[in-house]
Design a protein around this ligand. Structure first.
Ligand SMILES: [Ca+2]
Length: 389
C-alpha cells in the first residue's frame, strides 16, 4: 500500500483529492498500465482500484469535453514541446531531495506543462520514487507557493470544485469566493464542475449550495447550478431581446420593490450573446444601465451575484482582471484571490485577462505581480503569467 493511504481522509478532501487520491502504482493488482489510466483514476476519490470501467468513465468525459461547442481558449500555460515525463520526474525528484529544496526547478517544470503533461509527470514520478508526487510536493513546499503548485496538480474542474467546496465547508461561508465561482463560470464549465464535485465529495453541488445559502441569493445560485442556460443561437431574435429588456425593466426599476424571480430566470436561462443585446436594449427603457439598476434594486450577496453575472456576460476577462487588480491594490496581495484566478484561468483565458488588465489598468499584470508579491510565490505567478505586456 502506498503511503498516501495513511493520509487522513479529511485532509485528502481538503486538497481536492486530485492526483492525491491516485491508486498507488505499487499496489500490485491495481497497477495502472499507462498514464491515461492514472489520470482517469485521479478524477476519483476515495482511492479506488483501476478497472476498465474507470477507463471508460475517462473516455466518456473526453467525449463530453469534445462533444460540446467549447468556448475559444486563451491559455498562458500550453503543452510543452519535446516533453519527456521521465526526465521531468527525475528533475523534480532531485529538486525535492536537494537540501533546502530547489523550488526554482519545480516551478520551471510544473508551470510550463499542461495539466495532462503534469499528470504524466505524476505517473512517472510515482513509478520511480515509489511515493506519490502530491505528498512529496506537500512535504517539500510551503505557504502560497505550495497552494499554487498543488492547485496545478488538479484539473481546472477539480480545482474549481475544490474551491467551491472550500468556500462552503470552511469556517462559515465565504460568499465572495462562492459568488465568483458560480457566477463567472460558463454553463459548460459548471456542468463539468458538478460532475467532478460529485466524484470528489460524494454529494451534489446543488445540495451543498442549498444547505449554506438562503433567500433570493440561494434561488439565484441554484438556478445557475442547474445549468439551464440556452446555447447561443445563430438567429438574432429582436422581439425576444425587446421582451426580455422590458421584462427586466418592469421587474426592477419600473416597479416598487423588485420581482427577483424574473431577473433570475432571464439571467440564468438566456444565452450570453442574447443577454449582451438585452442589456443594450435595456437602456431604451431604463434611465439606469443594468449594473446601476442592480445596485439600486438589490443589496448584499444578491447584488454582488447579479453584478458578477452581468460583468461576466459583458466581458468575463475584464471581470477577472478587475478582481486581480483589486486583490493587488494594497501593499501586499490578497493571495487567496490571486492564486485562485491565476491557477484556475491559466489554461483557459489568462492570456486575454492579461490584455484586458493592461488595457484598463494602465499597467501590465506582470508588473503588478512584481510589485505586490515576493519570493517563490512571485516567481511561480510570473511564470504562470508567461510574459509582460
Ligand atoms: Ca424597483
Amino acid at each position: 500500500m502506498g503511503s498516501r493511504l495513511g493520509f487522513p481522509f479529511k485532509k485528502e478532501l481538503r486538497m481536492g483529492a486530485a492526483c492525491s487520491s491516485l491508486p498507488s502504482v505499487q499496489d500490485g493488482a491495481a497497477t495502472p498500465h499507462s498514464w491515461e489510466t492514472f489520470c482517469a483514476a485521479s478524477q476519483l476519490s476515495p482511492p479506488r482500484k483501476v478497472t476498465m470501467s474507470l477507463v471508460s468513465e475517462f473516455l466518456g468525459q473526453l467525449t463530453l469535453q469534445l462533444g460540446g461547442e467549447s468556448e475559444p481558449k486563451y491559455p498562458t500555460v500550453v503543452p510543452f514541446g519535446g516533453f519527456d515525463p521521465e526526465k521531468d520526474a527525475a528533475r523534480i525528484e532531485t529538486a525535492i531531495k536537494t537540501k533546502g529544496v530547489d523550488e526554482q526547478t519545480i516551478i520551471d517544470i510544473l508551470t510550463k506543462r499542461s495539466y495532462t503533461q503534469r499528470c504524466e509527470i505524476a505517473f512517472a514520478y510515482e513509478k520511480r520514487a515509489k511515493k506519490d508526487i502530491i505528498t512529496a510536493l506537500k512535504a517539500a513546499l510551503s505557504g502560497p507557493l505550495e497552494a499554487v503548485i498543488l492547485g496545478l496538480m488538479k484539473s481546472t474542474s477539480q480545482f474549481d470544485a475544490s474551491e467551491i467546496r472550500g468556500s462552503i465547508k470552511g469556517l462559515g461561508t465565504d460568499e465572495e469566493t462562492l459568488i465568483e465561482m458560480v457566477c463567472s463560470r460558463s454553463n459548460e464549465e459548471l456542468q463539468q464542475i458538478k460532475q467532478v464535485y460529485k466524484e470528489l465529495f460524494k454529494t451534489e453541488l446543488e445540495k451543498d449550495v442549498a444547505g449554506d445559502t438562503s433567500g433570493d441569493f440561494r434561488k439565484l445560485l441554484l438556478a445557475l447550478v442547474q445549468t439551464k442556460r440556452e446555447e447561443p443561437s445563430s438567429v438574432v431574435d429582436q422581439d425576444r431581446i425587446d421582451q426580455d429588456a422590458r421584462a427586466l425593466y418592469e421587474a426592477g426599476v419600473k416597479r416598487k420593490g423588485t420581482d427577483v424571480a424574473t431577473w433570475i430566470s432571464i439571467m440564468s436561462e438566456r444565452s450570453v450573446p442574447h443577454l449582451q443585446k438585452v442589456f443594450q436594449r435595456y437602456n431604451n427603457y431604463s434611465p439606469y444601465d443594468m449594473q446601476e439598476s442592480i445596485r439600486k434594486e438589490v443589496k448584499g450577496d444578491l447584488e454582488m451575484s447579479f453584478l458578477t453575472l452581468v460583468q461576466c456576460f459583458e466581458n468575463k476577462q475584464l471581470y477577472f482582471a478587475g478582481r486581480l487588480n483589486d486583490a493587488m491594490k494594497t501593499k501586499g496581495a490578497k493571495e487567496k484571490v490571486v492564486t485562485r484566478i491565476m491557477v484556475s484561468r491559466c489554461e483557459v483565458d489568462l492570456m486575454k485577462i492579461r490584455s484586458e488588465f493592461k488595457k484598463h489598468f494602465g499597467k501590465s499584470l506582470y508588473q503588478t505581480i512584481t510589485e505586490h508579491t515576493k519570493g517563490d510565490y512571485q516567481k511561480v505567478l510570473l511564470s504562470l503569467c508567461a510574459g509582460d505586456d
